[in-house]
Structures are given as structure tokens and as C-alpha cells.
Write a protein that binds this ligand. Structure first.
Ligand SMILES: Cc1cc2nc3c(=O)[nH]c(=O)nc-3n(C[C@H](O)[C@H](O)[C@H](O)COP(=O)(O)OP(=O)(O)OC[C@H]3O[C@@H](n4cnc5c(N)ncnc54)[C@H](O)[C@@H]3O)c2cc1C
Length: 542
């Protein structure tokens, strides 16, 4: 196979290399205008002249440095579109670099293994060729997990896309579990589970374009706000293929046998091996559902209500609070109130009693009903709840409109115990706001919502927006991100609640974890990946 050879079906829907989703999807003209008007009128963040993302043929791509062996010809390509598509994930710096046309670190080769033997053969080839290997699921990483920034010690980079390993292989409906390949995207695996009447019920916002292997590798958090929301809790066993060999943990509902191999593989972010399949726990599809919305005069009262609901042992499917700034950015509020959305679901029993108790917790803390749940199956489409939900679904498409217009818009999430939450909240908002002023020379906007809540603390999710300079966007973003991340770590939070470590958070992850634990991970990597070719710079510093 020669340079620019393509694999697969050229008529299939193409994913965008410059943003979220498929070509042809995105904000329409009216939605874009409304977004830009909100930024300009609500926050004084004025877009620069219309810029645009570069066309495929305009992108300067370095010549590929690697040639695959004949035995791998059926699964390797250096087609221009494939290399460009796999060059970046979905982070703010990724978007800026795409806009700048900086594809100097694009992979030399993209491989689509079909089985574990292909993966082993790729390891052998990369090891011999001195090439780095970047595992790739859906490429939805927002932390630089799939970029080719592997350092200078390699003769090339091979991105390994698991998209052809996308099957549900087995369903055990007695134990309610399924064996699923790592490359299955959310809709693919749910469609295959559907005839069984069961569901994994793991719905990160990136569900459509992310994979089971990616979720496990990054410890993703689903849409559900309490209880079984992290993929960690849904994993029964994992199979990971590393350059040194394969490990499969035993299928067990629970175990007290020493440190857990599952917990070692979960969160390994492609640095220890490739997750080829996993047994995951399934649930019945929900039949009983209720949603309500409550307005609060301020975010901290809403937070107190979340704490009450979380500590009452109710475990709602959703208990999200959104502050006035985020509601305003999304056209779901005027900035004068915060919103709580609370939902319960069950495949087994009515949820009214739980909802009534959660409502009381909200009213006790000054909540006012925005959308009533009683006899209201459309509650999630009404009021501020419905407006925010609609905006939430469209959110992933905003960045590709904002970056070319010089607007910095990014998010980060953490978690903190309730006893430290208020101080943490104020410190992070102040540090981030000050950093925006310093980096851009003007006011920006900082918002907060809770994405998840636990009895001992919430997971606050911050967003920041600022008017950047198109020729300095990356440096400005870095300055703000560094200040916000420094504040998160010094105030006692985690550098990530569910977006993972990747390359962007590595520095702060090293501050967060015990130093000797870093050494243990480095030793483990040395055992599994002796040539250090797997996702260099992620989890273990290179
Ligand atoms: C719009 C949007 C919304 C998002 N919402 C959420 C959310 O609600 N919750 C959440 O948790 N995250 C969210 N994310 C972040 C991202 O979707 C998650 O990190 C997701 O789990 C990544 O899955 P992926 O298949 O896309 O992995 P990729 O982005 O392809 O890879 C992520 C990391 O995992 C490694 N990896 C991927 N597959 C494998 C494998 N099979 N074996 C070993 N390593 C592998 C990669 O090397 C990389 O380090 C969102 C991202 C976007 C763009």
C-alpha cells in the first residue's frame, strides 16, 4: 500500500476533523447568530471577523515517516483525511491548533485492528520501528489524550483506531451482563443490547462518538448524577492487551482479593495497554420516570438543596444545578436565578415517593417550582429545564463556531467534599476570572454547574469564556487553564472528575497523586510496555 491509500467505504458518512459530529451537522445560521449575540450583549465578548477552519486540501501535512509491513497492509492507511481526522481530539487547544492549521504532529499511519492478533502485530512493528502508538476510541478526549504530542524520541506515530472491534459478543441475561468489544461506540452497543431488553445505561454527553474502551480507559462519568454513574461501577471484568502480554480479570460481582486488576486497567488511558473487551453490568430499561425543575435565588442555596437530596439516600438519576451565568450563556435564563433539574427513573417501581421527598428538600432550601413533575411526562421539555436541556444537546457544536472567531470557551470539572465546597467554589471562580482578565485584558465569564453529586461532596463543572486574540489564542488559553488548574489542586480538589488526565492534566495529576504511587505506575508501565511506546506522556511522564 502506498502513500495516501484509503481503507474502507468512501461513501460512509464522514466525521468532521475540525469539530463535533458528522460533516453537515452543527449549529445553523440562526443558532450561531444567537450564540454570538449572547456573548456580545450579555458578557461583552465580541467575536472577531469571521474566520474559518482550514479545508482538507489546505492543510500542510508532513510526509509520513513510517512504512508498514506487508502483513499489516489490510489494516493500515496513511490517507490524508484519516491522518487529519486522527490528529486531534476535541479539546480547546486541539480546536485552536486545527484552526491554525498546525498538523505537524499528525500520526504517520492510522491502523484499524480487527482482533487481538492485529494489535499484537502492531506492537511488534512499532517496537521494532521505534514508533509511538496512540490508542484511539472515538477521539472525543478533551484533555489531549489522543494527540500525537509524544515527544521527540520516536521515529513516527501510529494511531490505533478500535472502530472495527465494535461488537457485543455475549449477553448473560441471568446475571445481567454483556461482553462487549472496546471499540463499540455508545449507539452501536445500545442497538446491539436492545433486543435483550437490557441497557448499559451509560450516557456521557459524548455518547454518540465515544467508545466503551475509551470510557473505561478514561473513567468516564455518565449523565446520571448519582450512584452508578462512573463506568468504574459498571465494569465486571476487563481484557487488556499490552506489548508484554494479555490480562483478563475474572468476572465477579465483587471481590476482596487484593488490589483489583480491574481498577488498575480502568483509567489507564492507553498508557498500559489496549482494552479490547469488557464484561459490563446491564440494567432493565427504565419504565417509571419523573423530572422536576426548581429555581433558586442563588447557586449556594441550590447547592445546599443538592446536599440534602444526596444525603437523604434518594439517589436520583439526575440532580444537576446550573448557575445563572451558564443559563444565560445557553439562553435558558436571564442570569437572575440558578436552576435545579432533578429526575428519578426505575425499571421496577413508581418513583413518586422519592420525587416528593426530593421536592421537599428543594422547598426547604428556598427552591421555587419551575416545572412541576406531577402527571407531567413532558417535564424535561418545559420551562428553564427544557430550554437548558435543548442547549445542552447543541453545546458540543459551539466550539467550532467560536474558535475561528477568537472566542475562548472551555470547561473543566473537579470534585470536593461538602465541608470545603463553598471556599473551593469562590476560589476557583476568582482565580479563573482573574486569569481571563490577565490573559485577555478584559472581563470574561465564569460559570458553574454540578454534573454529579455524592453524599460526601459535589462534582462542580466550570466553564470559562473570554475574548481572545486570534494570533495568541493558544497562549491565552494556556494561561487561563494553568491558573484554574493550579487553583483546583491547591484548594484540595481533583484535577479531573471525569474528563481524564491526558497530556493536558498530567502536570497537575502528578501533584495530586502520592509521589511513590507515580513510581509504582512507572514500574508497572515498564513491565507491560518495556519499550515505552504506548501513549507516551500520559499517566506516566516520558
Ligand atoms: C462534547 C463532549 C462531551 C463529553 N462529555 C463527557 C461526559 O459526559 N462524561 C465524560 O466522562 N466525558 C465526557 N467527554 C470526554 C470524553 O468523551 C471521554 O473521555 C470519553 O470517555 C472518551 O472516549 P473515546 O472513546 O472518545 O476515547 P478517546 O478520546 O479516543 O481516547 C481517550 C483516552 O483513552 C485511550 N483509549 C481509547 N480507547 C482505548 C482502548 N480501547 N484501550 C485503551 N485506551 C484507550 C486513548 O489513548 C486516550 O488516552 C466529553 C467530550 C466531548 C467532546
Amino acid at each position: 500500500m502506498g502513500e495516501d491509500d484509503a481503507l474502507g467505504d468512501s461513501t460512509a458518512r464522514k466525521l468532521k476533523y475540525w469539530g463535533w459530529g458528522y460533516e453537515g451537522e452543527g449549529l445553523d445560521v440562526a443558532e450561531t447568530r444567537s450564540l454570538l449575540t449572547t456573548f456580545a450583549e450579555g458578557f461583552g465578548i465580541v467575536p472577531s471577523d469571521d474566520g474559518r477552519m482550514p479545508a482538507l486540501e489546505e492543510i500542510e501535512l508532513p510526509a509520513p515517516r513510517l512504512a508498514w509491513p506487508a502483513a499489516l497492509a489490510g489494516i493500515c492507511t496513511n490517507d490524508r483525511y484519516e491522518r487529519v481526522l486522527h490528529a486531534f481530539g476535541q479539546s480547546q487547544p486541539d480546536s485552536i491548533r486545527i484552526c491554525m492549521g498546525d498538523f505537524t504532529r499528525a500520526p504517520d499511519v492510522v491502523a484499524y485492528p480487527e482482533n487481538e492478533a492485529d494489535i499484537a502485530a502492531l506492537y511488534d512493528w512499532c517496537g521494532d520501528a521505534g514508533a509511538a502508538l496512540v490508542p484511539y476510541g472515538g477521539g472525543s478526549s478533551v484533555v489531549g489524550g489522543v494527540t500525537g504530542d509524544v515527544g521527540n524520541g520516536f521515529n513516527g506515530t501510529v494511531t490505533v483506531d478500535l472502530g472495527r472491534m465494535n461488537k457485543v459478543l455475549e449477553i448473560d441475561d441471568v446475571s445481567r451482563a454483556a461482553r462487549i468489544q472496546g471499540g463499540a461506540r455508545g449507539p452501536e452497543l445500545e442497538a446491539q443490547l436492545k433486543p435483550s431488553g437490557l441497557t448499559l445505561r451509560h450516557f456521557p454527553q459524548s455518547f454518540e462518538h465515544s467508545t466503551l474502551g475509551g470510557w473505561i480507559a478514561t473513567r468516564s462519568g455518565g449523565h446520571f448524577a448519582t450512584l452508578y454513574t462512573h463506568i468504574d461501577d459498571l465494569v465486571e471484568s476487563v481484557t487488556m492487551v499490552a506489548p508484554s502480554g494479555k490480562m483478563t480479570s475474572r468476572r465477579l460481582p465483587g471481590s476482596g482479593a487484593g488490589p483489583s486488576p480491574d481498577r488498575f486497567m480502568i483509567g489507564s488511558e492507553g498508557a498500559m495497554g489496549i482494552i479490547t473487551e469488557s464484561w459490563v453490568r446491564l440494567q432493565g430499561r427504565p419504565v417509571f420516570k419523573a423530572t422536576a425543575g426548581f429555581r433558586f435565588a442563588d447557586f449556594l442555596s441550590a447547592a445546599a438543596a443538592v446536599r440534602a437530596v444526596s444525603q437523604a439516600g434518594l439517589f436520583p438519576a439526575n440532580v444537576r444545578i446550573v448557575d445563572g451565568v451558564e443559563l444565560q450563556v445557553n439562553g435558558a435564563g436571564d442570569g437572575s436565578f440558578s436552576l435545579m433539574v432533578v429526575s428519578f427513573e426505575s425499571s421496577d417501581h413508581p418513583v413518586d415517593a422519592w420525587m416528593a421527598r426530593a421536592e421537599q428538600c428543594c422547598l426547604d432550601h428556598g427552591g421555587v417550582i419551575d416545572v412541576d413533575w406531577r402527571d407531567n411526562p413532558r417535564a424535561n421539555l418545559e420551562g428553564a429545564v427544557g430550554a437548558w436541556r435543548t442547549a445542552f444537546i447543541r453545546m458540543p457544536y459551539c466550539r467550532e463556531e467560536l474558535t475561528p472567531r477568537g472566542i475562548i470557551s472551555d470547561t473543566f470539572e473537579s470534585a470536593i467534599t461538602w465541608n470545603r465546597f463553598e471556599e473551593f467554589y469562590h476560589a476557583i471562580r476568582e482565580a479563573t476570572g482573574a486569569a481571563i482578565r490577565k490573559a485577555t485584558g478584559r472581563e470574561g465569564a465564569v460559570s458553574c454547574r454540578f454534573s454529579h453529586a455524592y453524599p460526601d461532596g459535589p462534582a462542580p463543572y466550570f466553564a470559562f469564556h473570554g475574548q481572545g486574540r486570534k494570533d495568541g489564542l493558544l497562549e491565552q488559553w494556556k494561561e487561563i487553564k494553568n491558573a484554574a488548574s493550579d487553583a483546583v489542586i491547591s484548594e484540595g480538589g481533583t484535577i479531573t472528575h471525569h474528563h481524564a488526565v491526558g497530556r493536558d492534566h498530567q502536570k497537575w495529576y502528578e501533584r495530586q497523586r502520592p509521589e511513590i504511587f507515580g513510581k509504582v505506575l512507572a514500574e508497572a508501565k515498564g513491565c507491560l510496555d518495556p519499550k515505552g511506546i504506548l501513549n507516551p506522556g500520559v499517566i506516566v511522564s516520558s
